[in-house]
Ligand binder design. Structure first.
Ligand code: SF4
Length: 383
């Protein structure tokens, strides 16, 4: 069951032939109210939990993973996830649009480390097979009071844990359901990037020595160091790709919306690190997230194009405006499908033109980049 026309009562710019990625960006932007009946029917049978930190996700059209960005409190959304005839169904303004599915159940979240930390407090399963350590240490930019204006994760960090416990989590995830196709290591930004690199190198060394298996491809998200040669240590330790996220290409908006990054780490240092990696290690080793929905599409695409020409992979990721600050709100773009269709089309063209490869397998819950890459032949033709 899918009837996208139900979206038109809320979204006047609905394209003539809406598709699953249109629905994904709308769901990520607006969030979803989830009926209690959904949990009553499906929790425990599939990867779905009332725990908001367990990274719930939906599968749209059998092929696109999308975060179940649940709306709480007073925020408004036209979307509701409900149960209809025993099946989970998304409605928009009360009209059923699509039947969705959930990811297969996993025993991952039932596990604890030897120190008693629930696996889900350290890492989550994204999409079908991405193991993501999301907040390895607290973001110092948030702590300094200069958080990025769209951030909804900077206040989090994972419980204190040993590197051996990280290895236990990775070992279990790789050996059991779900088999892991990619490992992602993310933490908050830091004012001491060299110390951050030390920590990542120790993590990689521990995983390498304690696991009796080869690691899946590993991408780390990093604060760029001033001494660029430090980046070599990460590749020497076995990292596959490094992402240094500029988030916003437009310099004025970057300074205004990411004041901590702009003041301490500086836009230039992000560029220097990305180019250093591309020059030294070749294409597809450096990546850069741009947050869709903040700056004009042409500006985002100018940045994506400049980087893509040098073999750096731009990763457009839709804004999920739940943590947005009042100062940032007037600066963001009004949500519209045309914006994202332009970003999708032009990014797909860049991926094809420069033979870029987005890390991952079947896509993640919150990012668009791998979805675009997988469909790059058709995405570059959309209107
Ligand atoms: S760097 Fe910015 S977006 Fe990332 S966690 Fe810190 S404040 Fe949030």
């Amino acid at each position: 069951m899918s009837d996208f026309s139900g979206l038109s009562s809320y979204f006047p710019d609905l394209p003539d032939a809406p598709d699953w990625l249109d629905l994904k960006v709308a769901l990520l932007h607006c969030g979803v109210n989830v009926d209690e009946a959904v949990y009553n029917n499906f929790e425990g049978c599939c990867r779905l939990s009332r725990n908001p930190y367990s990274c719930n996700a939906m599968i749209l059209g059998g092929e696109v993973s999308c975060s179940l960005a649940r709306v709480t409190g007073g925020e408004k959304t036209p979307f509701r996830l409900t149960v209809d005839d025993g099946k989970p169904v998304i409605t928009c303004n009360g009209r059923p649009i699509v039947r969705i599915a959930f990811h297969a159940n996993t025993s991952f979240y039932d596990q604890q480390t030897s120190g008693g930390i629930p696996f889900g407090s350290l890492a989550v399963i994204q999409g079908w097979d991405m193991l993501a350590f999301s907040c390895l240490w607290r973001c110092e930019i948030t702590q300094s009071g200069d958080a990025c204006g769209f951030c909804h994760t900077g206040i989090f960090s994972v419980p204190d844990h040993s590197l051996s416990e990280m290895a236990e989590v990775v070992r279990y995830a790789v050996n059991n359901n779900p088999g892991v196709g990619i490992l992602q290591l993310t933490a908050g930004s830091t004012f001491r990037p060299e110390a951050e690199i030390d920590r990542y190198v120790r993590i990689m060394e521990t995983l390498g020595s304690e696991l009796e298996m080869s690691l899946p491809p590993t991408i780390i998200y990093l604060t760029p160091p001033s001494d660029l040669k430090q980046l070599d240590r990460l590749f020497d330790a076995g990292v596959s790709q490094i992402a240094c996220d500029m988030d916003i290409w437009d310099e004025r908006l970057f300074n205004r919306i990411c004041p901590g990054k702009a003041r301490v780490n500086t836009r230039q240092r992000y560029l220097d690190a990305l180019h250093y990696i591309a020059d030294r290690y070749g294409p597809n080793r450096a990546c850069c997230v741009f947050v869709g929905g903040i700056e004009p599409a042409d500006s985002l695409l100018e940045g994506a194009t400049r980087l893509a020409r040098c073999g750096i992979v731009p990763l457009p990721s839709p804004l999920m405006p739940f943590g947005i600050t009042p100062k940032t709100l007037p600066e963001i773009q009004p949500f519209n499908f045309g914006y994202y269709r332009k970003v999708r089309r032009e990014t797909a063209r860049l991926y094809r033109q420069y033979n870029l490869v987005v890390p991952g397998t079947r896509g993640s819950d919150v990012c668009l980049s791998r979805d675009i890459w997988l469909r790059r032949e058709t995405e570059c033709l959309i209107n």
